[in-house]
Design a protein around this ligand. Structure first.
Ligand code: RIB
Length: 315
């Protein structure tokens, strides 16, 4: 089975469920606190593994208890942890996540060890990159320099694998080279606005399609913009006609945290395991899986296991 390799961030998510957000200088009572495993990279990896993929995670943790817990969690789920590096003198990454009653999330991350993932760390997985890999996934919670390094390397030594770059969190001056090296560049609507220099306010399918066009112009090969309850739009360099994929309607989302990561992990799963489906159908199935995650609290906790999902998603 071709592997899915995720290169990126992992951490501890501290959730504060609250009716409203405080104003400057204000202290308010929240409703509930909980802890989950998170980090965009880890979430994407776990989402794919829970669907039945064979995944490998490459990243860094600190030598604190949080790092050990994260590695144990990956192992329990079945993720290959061979290339996770424990680094002394840095803390494991952490995120403070406020979730309001409408399920919307407000996240502050402190990268910690995630910020120390260097090209030299990547080189330790050299044999892996020459092996049977279906998809490699990147996000931007680890250094861009490392992402660009591996994208370049893969385009030389393993050009058959699909390279998905999730441009989150967004950078306002992203090097065009990354757009060009990614096979699929995937962002949500607010990130797409930043990558298109805030020329467009994305508030409709039409404006999302305009952003797709601008991103293709900047050198992207295929762009996917996820739009929450509206699903996603996508377009490719070779077939720039944008397509809109609907998502199943969720009446009362409880917690949208990690839904975008579940989407990317699921998309990677379908790329590897359902290569005959067209991109529209792969995105549709990934949207369905993401829509399930918003109906429960937490990040990785809310990602479905394959055996709980309708069979048609895997036909
Ligand atoms: O995408 C959601 C993730 O963003 C959270 O798990 C948090 O850790 C931040 O990285």
């Amino acid at each position: 089975m071709s592997k899915i390799v995720v290169v990126g961030s992992c951490g501890t998510d501290l959730f504060f469920y609250t009716s409203k957000l405080p104003t400057p200088g204000q202290t308010i009572h929240g409703k509930q606190f909980s802890v989950d495993f998170g980090g965009k990279g880890a979430n994407q990896c776990v989402a794919a593994q829970k669907l039945g993929a064979d995944t490998v995670f490459i990243g860094c943790v600190g030598t604190d208890i949080f790092g050990n817990d994260i590695i144990d969690n990956f192992k329990n789920i079945g993720v290959d942890t061979t290339y996770i590096i424990k680094k002394a003198n840095v803390d494991t990454g952490v995120a403070q996540i406020n979730v309001t009653d409408d399920g919307e999330n407000y996240i502050i991350i402190v990268a910690g060890a995630n910020g120390t993932l260097l090209p030299a760390d990547i080189d330790k997985a050299e044999t892996l990159f020459h092996s049977e890999i279906g998809v490699v996934i990147f996000q931007f919670e680890t250094p861009l320099e490392t992402t660009e390094y591996l994208l370049n390397k893969l385009s030389k030594i393993n050009n058959r694998c699909c390279k998905i770059v999730n441009g989150a969190p967004a950078y306002s001056n992203l090097h065009n080279k990354i757009f060009q090296l990614a096979d699929i560049f995937c962002v949500n609507e607010s990130e797409a606005e930043i990558y298109t220099n805030e020329i467009i306010k994305i508030n409709s399918i039409e404006t999302a399609n305009q952003a797709l066009f601008l991103l293709l112009k900047q050198g992207c090969n295929t762009v996917i913009i996820t739009l929450g309850s509206l699903g996603a739009v996508f377009a490719s360099k070779n077939n720039s006609e944008p397509q809109w994929v609907h998502s199943p309607k969720v009446t009362n989302p409880i917690d949208t945290t990690g839904a975008g990561d579940a989407f990317i992990g699921a998309l990677a799963y379908f790329i590897v395991h359902k290569p005959n489906l067209d991109l529209y159908e792969k995105i549709k199935r990934a949207c369905t899986i993401a829509s399930i995650t918003v109906q429960q609290k937490g990040t990785q906790k809310s990602f479905p296991n394959r055996n709980t999902l309708p069979k048609y998603l895997f036909d």
